[in-house]
Design a protein around this ligand. Structure first.
Ligand code: NAD
Length: 258
C-alpha cells in the first residue's frame, strides 16, 4: 500500500472552501491556511472592504479567493453567498463556520438583547449556514467537510460568559447531530474548540496585569495560544487526512478544559 507524504495527505488542491467571518482574527487566518494548501476560498463577512486586503494577500502567495457579503444572522444573504462562490470556483466542499461574537454579563444582569445577539450569531448562524452547505453538498453527492468553530468554554464555563458558553455548547451538540445525519452522504462535521488565542480583538486585554494573571491562573500551559497553532487542526479536519473523523470536537486550548 502506498504511503502519502504530509503534503499529499493535507492537500486541498481543487477544493472549494467557504469561511464565514473572514474579515478578522481566526477567520482571516483560516482562509489564508486553506488557500496556501490549495483550496479556492470564498471569504465571507459583513465588512467586504476588509476582504479585498485578504484577497490580495492570498493572491500574492499564488492562491485564489473571492470576497462575498454574508451576514450569518440574515438568511437572505446565505444562498447568494454560496451561489457566488460556486459560480467562481465550483461547489463548496469545505465550510468553516467561524463567525462569532461575545457579550459579557452576569445572567442576573444580562440584557436579553445581548443574549439574543450571541445566540443568533454563534448558534443560529452555524445552523443556517451549515444547513445550506449540507443541502448543497448532499445534492452534489461528493461529500464534504464542515468545521464549526466552537470554544473550550463549551466544556469549562466561567462567570459572565453565560450566553457565549450556552451557544458554544450548542454548537458542539449541533456538530454531533449533523455528523450523524450527514454521515451517509460522506459529509463530515467536526468542531474546533480553541482556548485563549491571541487576536487583534483581545491582545490589549491580555497585555494588562489582569490579563496576564488570568493566563497564569487558568491556563495549565501558562500562555496564550498563537493563531498558527490552529492551522494543523483545521487542515486535519478539512482534508482527507481526517477522512474518518466526524462528530468530534477537538480542544486546542493549552489544557484549560481539563
Ligand atoms: P473576531 O471578532 O476577530 O472574529 C469574528 C468574526 O466574525 C469577525 O470578522 C466578525 O465581523 C464576524 N462576524 C460577527 N458577526 C457576524 C455575522 N452576523 N455575520 C458574519 N460575520 C460575523 O474574533 P476571533 O477570535 O477571530 O473569533 C473567531 C471565532 O473563534 C468565533 O466564533 C469565536 O467565538 C471563536 N473563538 C475565538 C477564541 C479566541 O481566543 N480568539 C477562542 C475560542 C473561540
Amino acid at each position: 500500500m502506498t504511503i502519502a507524504s504530509v503534503g499529499e495527505l493535507f492537500d486541498l488542491s481543487g477544493r472549494t472552501a467557504l469561511v464565514t467571518g473572514a474579515s478578522s482574527g481566526l477567520g482571516w487566518r483560516f482562509a489564508e491556511v486553506l488557500a496556501a494548501n490549495g483550496a479556492n476560498v470564498g471569504i465571507a463577512a459583513r465588512r467586504t472592504d476588509r476582504l479585498e486586503t485578504l484577497k490580495s494577500e492570498i493572491e500574492a502567495r499564488g492562491g485564489h479567493a473571492l470576497p462575498v457579503p454574508l451576514d450569518v444572522t440574515d438568511i437572505d444573504t446565505i444562498a447568494p453567498a454560496f451561489d457566488a462562490v460556486e459560480k467562481a470556483f465550483g461547489p463548496v466542499d469545505i465550510l468553516v463556520n467561524n463567525a462569532g461574537v461575545a457579550a459579557e454579563g452576569f445572567i442576573a444582569d444580562m440584557n436579553p438583547a445581548d443574549w439574543r445577539k450571541v445566540l443568533d450569531t454563534n448558534l443560529d448562524g452555524v445552523f443556517l449556514v451549515g444547513q445550506e452547505a449540507a443541502r448543497r453538498m448532499t445534492a452534489v453527492g461528493k461529500g464534504g467537510s464542515i468545521v464549526n468553530i466552537a470554544s473550550a468554554i463549551a466544556f469549562k464555563v466561567s462567570k459572565t460568559l453565560g450566553a457565549y458558553a450556552a451557544a458554544k455548547a450548542g454548537v458542539v451538540q449541533l456538530t454531533k447531530v449533523m455528523a450523524l445525519e450527514l454521515a451517509d452522504a460522506n459529509i463530515r462535521v467536526n468542531a474546533i474548540c480553541p482556548g485563549y488565542i491571541e487576536t487583534e480583538i483581545n491582545s490589549d486585554y491580555f497585555a494588562t496585569e489582569g490579563g496576564k494573571k488570568m493566563i497564569q491562573r487558568y491556563v495549565p500551559m501558562k500562555r496564550l495560544g498563537d493563531i498558527k497553532e490552529l492551522d494543523g487542526t483545521l487542515l486535519l479536519l478539512a482534508s482527507d487526512a481526517g477522512s474518518f473523523i466526524t462528530g468530534t470536537p477537538i480542544l486546542v486550548d493549552g489544557g484549560i478544559a481539563l
